[in-house]
Design a binder for this molecule. Structure first.
Ligand code: SAM
Ligand code: SF4
Length: 318
């Protein structure tokens, strides 16, 4: 086995975090993520379990330490437990999920090595849940959150904030506090479509949280870009504000789409196709070289404040 090393891009950022989209399919149709008409990647073009095994080995050798499995909805894949197992030799393997299937599979995921889970929850109201996702599975999601907590998987909640759920921010924070888990409020990004008319900036979110007497803290939970506050009752609240407070200079992340394209930056459509070295040779030298070059050439940052990213969030992995 080759020696593992640290991988730096041309701006000297240490790239140690990989997000893997394992499918672009999902039971939900969140309006900010899914355009009305979706063209799914044909099943034969999705990365397979065998592909993940080779990729995991190559990424580990190149210095990736942390892996997050996402989508689309990762838990709709029949082999999701085996995929988690493939990545379980990294320092951590986490997942971002809509929570809908967690009640059924949280224990198997935990046994396969899942360290933590971020569960999306933008509202606590059935009708609003339907308006956002086109689904009436809010209760399944809540039961999924409870099951993950009970199973001792480390849980965080994620809420994308936009103009119609801004009034619920405080209730969502109180709900997370009641469960004893951190919650992160995410600014809407123009990926796949222009969401400008729904956009709410971080300062409006912080304003709604005033009753919790937030204190800024240098604590970082996980390896993502959130900055955290602590409430008067000791719960952590994070903000992920790619639009209002650019964190590109600190970015440690690359993304692998479900059809095998490596995206060095969410804010750019440039990518390299890893299916070519994966499918053309069983020797991993070319695969590693392709990944290395893509990481080295990672763009300095996104330009989402001025342009829409013409990429599907579900394919590239949110
Ligand atoms: N299906 C899973 C879920 O919803 O958690 C994982 C995939 S989803 C694309 C990952 C995360 O991206 C979710 O927290 C979702 O709310 C967020 N997301 C999707 N589209 C977004 C957008 N346009 N701006 C900001 N966050 C977005
Ligand atoms: Fe599905 Fe997640 Fe996208 Fe919502 S945000 S449509 S749950 S992939």
């Amino acid at each position: 086995m080759l020696k593992e090393r640290t991988m730096r891009d041309r701006f000297k950022r240490n790239i140690n975090y990989l997000r893997v989209s394992v499918t672009d399919r999902c039971q939900f149709r969140c309006f900010y993520c899914t355009p009305v008409k979706v063209n799914f990647t044909p099943m034969g073009k999705l990365l397979s379990l065998e592909d993940f095994k080779r990729l995991a080995y190559a990424f580990k050798q190149l210095g990736i330490e942390f892996v997050r499995i996402t989508g689309g909805e990762p838990t709709v894949r029949q082999d999701i437990v085996q995929i988690v197992e493939v990545f379980s030799s990294f320092s951590s393997v986490s997942m971002t999920t809509n929570g809908c299937r967690l009640e059924k599979i949280a224990r198997d995921l935990k046994n396969a090595g899942l360290s933590s889970v971020n569960i999306s929850l933008d509202t606590l109201k059935d009708e609003q849940f339907y308006a956002i996702t086109g689904s009436n599975k809010l209760k399944n999601v809540i039961r999924g959150i409870e099951k993950a907590i009970e199973t001792n998987i480390s849980v965080k909640l994620n809420s994308v904030v936009y103009k119609d759920n801004l009034e619920e921010v405080l209730d969502l924070a109180l709900f997370a506090g009641h469960l004893g888990v951190p919650i992160r409020f995410i600014e809407l990004m123009p990926v796949g479509s222009n969401n400008e008319q729904y956009f709410v900036p971080r300062k409006s979110i912080i304003e709604k949280l005033k009753p919790l007497k937030l204190k800024s803290t240098s604590v970082r939970l996980g390896n993502g870009p959130a900055d955290y506050f602590i409430t008067d009752s000791g719960n952590y609240i994070g903000l992920i504000s790619a639009m209002s407070r650019n964190f590109c200079h600190l970015c440690n992340k690359i993304r692998l789409s479900c059809d095998g394209k490596l995206y060095p930056c969410l804010g750019h459509t440039e990518n390299v196709d890893l299916m070519i070295p994966l499918r053309s040779s069983s020797n991993d030298t070319e695969l590693r070289k392709t990944i290395e070059t893509a990481i080295f050439n990672k763009p300095a940052g996104h330009d989402m404040n001025h342009s829409i990213v013409q990429t599907s969030m579900r394919r590239i992995g949110g």
